[in-house]
Design a protein around this ligand. Structure first.
Ligand code: GLC
Length: 410
């Protein structure tokens, strides 16, 4: 099986930010608003005449991603409505340089990513509600699609990858995938090529040129790569609420604790988590999304060492189905999900203060400590078996999933 180095590097990124932004952001009703609210095309397209993100939108975005510990940002360069945030160089006038702002927003995005040291990725829609050839002359539409992708691959320097979405809309059409992916390879031989299989086909392998499977809003699973021509990575994209594009009246926010567990779950199977923000019309991040990224970032900063290099193991842990161990050489990282809290029973919800963990490691255990504060974790070795006796949280902190670092004899 072929294993590409850039695919292995992608797996190490661990945590990325997904960004949905477009002229639809002005309506604050999600990115499907044109289609789902039946807005006539001429009326919808006028939104470009008022689209004018703040000049610092991209800098703020990249800085927020960096502070949250995200190693990459994947932005919607063109979404289903067909409007492009990039300069289409004459392919269409339905793009940011022809909108009220008159700027190439993808140029601003890429510059901001470079300034912060995060890797830019480009989402590009396959389904298109704007271009007449999408329904009228599909082979011609595919030429337009490839020409658009070529611009993205040629004009913005080295990118992390291209992320397609919408093939599910015409599953039986010939998308000329060979030619599409060859367009990318011509300019970006080491870009990840991803094609989102959507909500109904979690983890499905596709064309052999694809570098990662997707688990849209799903729990990543180990991949069965038997017979596959090459090794592929996996990625799970997730929303903070129920929408990808900003929706003012969506109040259904997930708890940061749940999202932390999901990020840890992703690492169990070496999947990356791509956490979404739907930008507001001026390109700013809403208060709730900002707060969620702030909390996720604080967790990532505690456990960063365990989130990139260490690889999955199948070391079983007695009676703790959620917990798991990652490994890098003779360093093992134990992810503990349900640490209790020790406190007066009148203040803490669960004050059962016992928590122990039993498993076997290949070598003799030399030391164990919490990664977030270096505090020692007591353990005893019973033959091959290690029993850790962990101290619960004391009232005052609760880290959702806490990671202990275990060092064995080399
Ligand atoms: C779905 C939606 C799309 C969104 C994407 C994100 O495909 O159609 O609006 O961008 O999921 O993964």
């Amino acid at each position: 099986m072929i294993v590409k180095q850039y695919v292995k590097e992608f797996e190490k990124l661990g945590f990325g930010m997904f960004v949905h932004f477009g002229i639809y952001s002005q309506l604050a009703n999600g990115e499907w608003v044109q289609s789902l609210h039946g807005i006539p095309a001429e009326e919808y397209q006028k939104l470009k005449d008022t689209f004018c993100p703040d000049v610092n939108w991209a800098k703020d975005l990249a800085k927020t991603a960096k502070q949250a510990g995200c190693k990459y940002i994947n932005i919607t360069t063109r979404h289903h409505d067909g409007f492009s945030l990039f300069d289409t160089c004459g392919l269409s006038s339905y793009d940011a340089p022809h909108s009220a702002c008159g700027r190439d927003l993808i140029r601003e995005f890429v510059d901001a990513c470079h300034a912060e040291g995060v890797i830019p990725f480009f989402y590009h829609t396959l389904m298109d509600w704007y271009h007449p050839d999408y329904e009228g002359n599909f082979p011609k539409y595919l030429q337009y699609l490839r020409a658009s992708v070529e611009i993205l691959c040629k004009n913005y320097g080295k990118i992390g990858g291209i992320w397609f979405d919408g093939m599910w809309h015409k599953p039986d059409a010939d998308w000329e995938e060979d030619a599409l992916y060859a367009t990318i390879r011509r300019y970006q031989p080491e870009a990840m090529i991803i094609n989102n299989t959507g909500l109904s086909a979690h983890g499905a392998l596709g064309h052999p040129e694809l570098d990662s499977v997707t688990f849209e809003r799903g729990k990543p699973q180990p991949l069965n790569m038997e017979g596959a021509p090459k090794y592929v990575a996996s990625e799970m994209c997730e929303v903070t609420c129920d929408h990808w594009g900003y929706a003012r009246e969506d109040l259904n926010f997930k708890g940061a604790g749940q999202l932390i567990r999901e990020l840890a779950d992703c690492r169990r199977y070496r999947s990356n988590m791509l956490m979404n923000v739907g930008l507001q019309a001026d390109g700013s991040i809403s208060l709730m999304d900002r707060a969620i990224f702030d909390v996720l970032g604080r967790w990532v900063s505690c456990f960063d060492e365990a989130l990139h290099e260490p690889e999955p193991t199948d070391i079983p842990i007695a009676d703790k189905p959620d917990d798991f161990i990652l490994r890098k050489g003779n360093h093992y990282y134990l992810f503990c999900y349900h640490l209790p809290m020790s406190a007066d029973p009148n203040v803490a919800l669960h004050s059962d203060a016992q928590y122990s963990s039993a498993f076997s490691l290949p070598g003799k255990l030399l030391s164990a400590c919490w990664l977030d504060n270096g505090a020692e974790v007591s353990f005893r070795q019973e033959g091959e078996k290690v029993v850790l006796q962990t101290v619960p949280y004391t009232y005052g902190r609760s880290l959702v999933v806490r990671v202990a670092k275990l060092v064995t004899e080399a």
